[in-house]
Design a protein around this ligand. Structure first.
Ligand code: DGP
Length: 114
């Protein structure tokens, strides 16, 4: 179910324009408004869930689907090397409260992350 105040729900519904790169029944992917790498795409479930810890055992297939979508987009964008990030909670850097997976590529990344 969508959250009327959620910016990513509005993007999924097409109420806010985004650079869509992929869509299916369960997932939607679009380009990050503030890219941290030459390729920076966000993959979200269409259904509103604030954060990773809101997903339970019954959601395992949906989480797996989001990872599958990453591989589809990587093939579409011809990405062979990339980083995948989920920020869960403020200290982890989460700023938008609709679960999203960051797909970053096009440069070398340091470790540990900042
Ligand atoms: P996080 O810090 O993990 O919650 O990442 C949120 C990301 O969402 C951040 O990289 C910027 C991006 N973002 C925020 N608002 C918008 C928006 O309206 N459109 C798009 N395309 N990206 C957004």
């Amino acid at each position: 179910m969508a959250d009327k105040d959620c910016i990513f729900c509005k993007i999924v519904a097409g109420k806010i324009p985004s650079g869509k790169v992929y869509e299916d029944d369960l997932a939607f992917a679009f380009r990050d408004i503030s890219p941290q790498a030459p390729t920076h795409i966000l993959i979200v479930p269409k259904e509103h869930r604030a954060r990773l810890t809101d997903f339970g055992e019954k959601d395992a297939a949906l989480l797996g689907h989001l990872l599958k979508v990453i591989n589809i987009i990587a093939a579409q964008e011809k990405l062979e090397q990339f980083r995948v990030v989920i920020n869960c909670g403020e200290d982890a850097g989460q700023t938008v409260w609709h679960l999203h997976v960051h797909l970053l590529a096009g440069r070398a990344f340091g470790w540990p992350p900042g």
